[in-house]
Design a protein around this ligand. Sequence first.
Ligand code: ATP
Length: 349
Amino acid sequence: MNTPPHVFSVRDLWKVFGPKADRVPGDAELGALTPTELRERTGCTAAVRDVSFDVRKGEVFVVMGLSGSGKSTLVRCLTRLIEPTSGEITIDGEDVLSMDAGRLRELRRHRAAMVFQHFGLLPHRSVIDNVAYGLEIQGMGRAKRRERAAEFIAKVGLDGMESRRPGQLSGGQQQRVGLARALAVDPEVLLFDEPFSALDPLIRRDMQEEVVRLHSEEGRTMVFITHDLNEALKLGDRIALMRDGQIVQLGTPEEIVGTPADDYVRDFVRDVPREQVVTVQTAMRPADGEESISGPALAPGTTVSDAIEAVVRTGRTARVVDDGRCLGVVDHACLLGVVAGIPAVKEAA
Ligand SMILES: Nc1ncnc2c1ncn2[C@@H]1O[C@H](COP(=O)(O)OP(=O)(O)OP(=O)(O)O)[C@@H](O)[C@H]1O
């Protein structure tokens, strides 16, 4: 049998905080209450409510939502840093909920390493010893772990800072140390808990680019928590948008922005510049006559904003071409329709 393409699979997951939390997941009546009603009736908070999803191998899976929507609780449940109330979680097909203490330790150290917002660096240790820390816990010898740590320090752009203490680094540099430390143990999945929210905007952008770069170089699976929509759109292959402990929509940035599942999501994405997220594959209309054989060619994943440039520059309708085949065309009207948020362009074609 082929190995499953999923790293984590989560089914019907609940995490309820409060007295007799166990009774909430199985009770349809309690499960249907709003968070406030549930709290008033039972004193419980359902931080994660009946959530199911898969994290695919090699993707950046973003968990997004406002403060209190359940993001941290959900991601902490994946490695049982928080013990779920009910449901199923597997990693590479192995049941996480039945792991014993030793197997769990192994899971957290080797397979799914967490990068926290507050770095968790050891203040009295040098950068290199901080990065080597996870390897030390694994029992790797000093020379070998320092060599490996140096490699990852270079990878995150901190060459020459090996012997500094965390207090002698900027916030962004400290975050890079945290990242290098997580990478050094070569985990299958990296879990990021709002790692950049304390950083100033420019450093934050640098770090986001760093994550994009590391991801494209290594193809490592990443689960990334953020409450920042732009960060989610920039980093995520897929985004799970949470509200009151539930996933209200799970999809690509383009799906979330282009076809919001409900009014809540629509409102959430209202101010996103759609042309930067929507692709020509969504915006195109069928080619008419000669249109399919001439005009600039664009790949299906080209964003509308890049397509606008091509159409304006050539003054012609552009073709959406995949593997030599013309799938459709985009003209001024299709492209402007996306910018204006008018979904009727396709139907009009
Ligand atoms: N230990 C706890 N005991 C009781 N309630 C909790 C506990 N931890 C979290 N909660 C509640 O669960 C809900 C989800 O919290 P969680 O921290 O997962 O949200 P979040 O989306 O990560 O928020 P933030 O972005 O502010 O970190 C909130 O209502 C929170 O108050």
